[in-house]
Structure formats: C-alpha cells, structure tokens
Design a protein around this ligand. Structure first.
Ligand code: ADP
Length: 265
C-alpha cells in the first residue's frame, strides 16, 4: 500500500478551473466528505495537496488498488519481540489526529474499505475497529476525501450509489486552453509559444474519439512533454515520448498521431 503523509506550509502550485476551492472550503467547514471525479492526470491530487496547505491541515494520502483492504487502512497487530502490539493504519491516524485523509482511486479498493468508511461519512463520524472492539470518534478537523475515475465503461470499477451519495462531488475535466498553458509554463518552465502548441495538439488528440483510446492525453502527460522539451529533448521526440506512446501500443495509431503532432509542434 502506498501511503504518503504531508504537512506542508507552502502551497503547491494549483491552477483553479472553477469553483472547486470555495466548494472544498465549505465542505471542510461543514464536515462533508468530498468525492473528486475525473480522468487520471486532471489535477485531483494536486488540488487536495493545495487545499490541505490552504486549510493548514495535515494530509494523509492512500493510493488504493485492488489489494487495499480495511486492515491496511485501520491497522493491525504486529509481533515485536515477545510482545504483540497494535499499529494504527493511516485511516485511524487521520481520524484520531484530525487530518485530511485522501483515498486516491477509492473504487479500486476491496469492498471492506467502503464498509469501514461508511460510519465516518454520516452523522456518526466514527470508526469501528473490530480487531480492538472499539469505536473511535473522529477528531473535529478530520475530513474524508476520495477520488474516482468515472471511465467505468473502459474497465474502471464503479462506486455504488449508496456510497456515492455519502459524498459531495466535484468534477475535474481538462482545463481550458489558457489555464492548461499556464500550468505547463509554471510546471516546466517552457516558453509560452511551446505551451500553447502542446495544448493545441492535446485538444486535437482529445477530439479523435474514433481512435477508441482508453484514456486520452492528460494534463500530466502534457507537463511531462513540456519538461522534456525544456530540458533540451527535440520537440517532436518529446511529444511522441510523453504524449503519444503512453496512449496506445498500436503502431499505426502511433504513426498517425505522430504525423498530426509533427505538423503542429
Ligand atoms: P490526478 O490526481 O487527477 O491523477 P494530478 O493531480 O496528479 O492528477 O495531476 C498530474 C499533474 O498535472 C500534476 O503533477 C501537475 O503537474 C499537473 N496539473 C494538472 N492539473 C493541474 C492544475 N489545475 N494546477 C496545477 N497543476 C496541474
């Protein structure tokens, strides 16, 4: 399980794309759990990091995958010498200390994770630790945030309506062209002309629905291309490497996308 704890004082760069900051602040104030919905690489994790520093809250991030279980989140007994001791998992730590807990890709986790978080998402705001037989009330500032990729028709897991309805939702989409160019400039140091061209190429590829790509060019891939260009890799090669190769393994599609991008970069 991949767990990261952060307690940053300088906010990471985040380019707002709508009313998400205001929504998150009010959700935090009212202790409402939030679900960030959107394709990979659209800034969901960056947004949570930014909001945690804005709100001066510690952030604990758990990247969920199909093996992530409630034991991973809640805690377990371990044997240390002659003793058996209890170790809190990241969810228990966040509940006790009043951190923001971010469950990245929550739908990928095992179903018992969903069962464990339910009592934290309603008026009870408590965590039941079955192995200890105790119930832990959440500290005042505890907040649950989860992310979810709604591309379920392409092999992603769904979230049940009964779970979704426990969260307020914020949708993340690809930013508009000028915001996305601003992100590239800030994240990579690339010049404005190159950023604008990369964003235009991304817009063209995103519109090529007939290619049937499982996922299209994300802002993350654009940032990677911009970084490679800024560090001196030839532009065409950078675009191919960062923006086209990750999308498909089909040689014909790669060649067609390279032809298109070569004319635009
Ligand atoms: P997600 O969690 O949605 O998969 P990330 O938050 O990890 O996506 O975003 C991937 C990268 O894209 C970030 O590291 C950052 O460089 C860039 N990025 C995307 N959206 C934004 C944004 N709105 N502001 C700043 N950076 C962004």
């Amino acid at each position: 399980m991949d767990v990261a704890e952060a307690c940053g004082t300088t906010a990471p760069f985040y380019q707002p794309t709508g009313q998400e900051e205001a929504v998150f602040r009010h959700a935090f104030r009212n202790r409402i759990p939030v679900l960030l919905k959107g394709p990979t690489g659209t800034g969901k994790s960056r947004f949570v990091e930014y909001m945690a520093t804005q709100l001066r809250q510690p952030l604990i991030t758990v990247s969920c995958h199909e093996e992530t279980s409630s034991t991973d989140l809640i805690g377990r007994f371990i044997i240390k010498g002659a003793e058996t001791i209890w170790i809190d998992g990241p969810l228990t730590t966040a509940v006790k200390t009043g951190a923001i807990l971010y469950l990245d890709e929550v739908a990928e986790a095992r179903p018992d994770v969903i069962v464990a978080i339910h009592p934290l998402t309603d008026h009870r705001r408590e965590l039941f630790i079955d192995k200890l037989g105790t119930t832990v009330p959440a500290a005042e500032s505890f907040m649950l945030v989860a992310s979810f990729n709604p591309g379920y028709q392409r092999g992603y897991k769904e979230l049940k309506p009964s779970t979704r309805q426990r969260f307020a939702g914020i949708s993340f989409r690809y930013p508009d062209a000028s915001s996305e160019a601003a992100i590239l400039i800030q994240e990579s140091g690339v010049e404005e002309g190159v950023a604008t061209r990369l964003v235009k190429i991304a817009a063209r590829i995103r519109n090529l629905r007939e290619l049937g790509l499982a996922e299209t060019v994300s802002t993350r891939l654009l940032v990677d291309a911009a970084k490679l260009i800024h560090s001196g890799l030839p532009r065409r090669l950078a675009v191919r490497t960062a923006m086209i190769e990750p999308l498909t393994d089909d040689d014909e599609t790669i060649a067609a996308l390279c032809d298109l991008a070569d004319l635009m970069i």
